[in-house]
Design a protein around this ligand. Sequence first.
Ligand code: G6P
Length: 492
Amino acid sequence: MSKTGFDLVVVSNRLPVDLCVDGAGEVTWTRSPGGLVTALDPVVKNAQAAWVGWSGAPDQTIEPFDAAGTFLAPVELSAAEVAQYYEGFSNDTLWPLYHDVIAPPAYHRAWWDTYRRVNARFAHAAAKQAAEGATVWVHDYQLQLVPALLRQLRPDLRIGFFNHIPFPPFELFQQLPWRRQILDGLLGADVIGFQRRTDAANFRRAVQLLTAINARSERFTIKTDDGERRTVAAKAFPISIDSAAFNELARTPEVQQRAKEIRKELGNPDVVMLGVDRLDYTKGIRHRIKVYGELLHDERISVADCTLVQVASPSRENVEAYQDLREQVEILVGRINGEYGELGHTAIHYLHHSYPQDEMAALYLAADVMLVTSLRDGMNLVAKEYVAARHDLSGALVLSELTGAADELSGAIMVNPHDIDGMKDAFMHAAHMPAAESRRRMRRLRRKVMHNDVSKWAHAFLDMLVVVGDENDAHRNRGESLSPVAEVENIA
Ligand code: G6P
């Protein structure tokens, strides 16, 4: 730790590691689930940074500790706060609202109160770790109030915010009773990053319609409480993975050997199709399984020549919509396996687990076809991992148009996950793709994924934060204020 704090502080709901306490009180740490940690972990590793976040378990007081060069500072949440802030407001209000209301969002005032209180706790924890003039990078929808709260506590800081999930169109965002407070919270940042240009445009339109701020361009000016002017940038920075590291992992003899074993364990079918998701209703898992089932029914494929492996890692298991989804998926898988399975040939290998990265790399290598059929997805890093693993240029990626990844990965076979017939044709195209076409597409995909990696993403964001931070320091030093007639509203 530097003399009086860290020059870079990352703040996210979860720490990169997840605390598991079993029935016997035995404590283990595992890698946290989801794309946020996949992306941020390599950025922060060895950067002499602090990472402020929750351990993933309720009511745990854990002292800060070092992990692989990063100082982890746990924020404690009580069981009631987990229920109201994490499962409630974050994952039963914001998550469905920001993902096209695929599931109905629930609006509860008590959840909102807890969200505010917990966001204030994260802001204090970040303020405590940050050195004078440090950069604090806040992440994702669980912490949208942190930028403004932190600026009140520490006006010296440079504050960035990155939203890993979509930002909804105004017509949906409008439903949120606390929409104005959310905007005010985000506007506390110097730079607000989004996955897609449409997300940034949706945010700026919400600012435009709900405040008196003119947010038509990517950089705009706001007036702070003390009458000073401040520049805010709100634009897209599409996130990625540590592509080179993943490519290397997939080239190791151990992973290659394991990929061969997996194919053998699956009965060496002609075609292995693969889905890898958190068990989440945004991922289009039911749609994908339905398509596979119909292809079996139509006899366009058979279980002997084409098997589906679906990894569905457990997620948010106390939220009802997730419990319902699990039940629906498992009924569907059971029905298809019962109807079409044969001795020695399982139709769908359904795995309700999460796996370490080397096993994931082996699965990607073992799969001829990767199925990413999300109904809405901020980016989808699984698609990028698959591409990074396919160094021999074989394999086909089926990718939903409704993912952020679709903006970049034009070499994929694009699908609308709601169009079941279109998906059936796309799955067949991918399963029987000629080697030359697969090589051509994969080369194009790999050019994008290997070039636009996570370090480029982080640099693009942090460089922008330096530019805007310098500009705002200059405003402050000159004591510049906006004329009282300016069409700019105060933010809290
Ligand atoms: C997505 C979100 C992350 C979240 C992850 C896992 O990637 O953008 O913020 O951490 O899912 O979800 P969980 O609720 O388990 O943290």
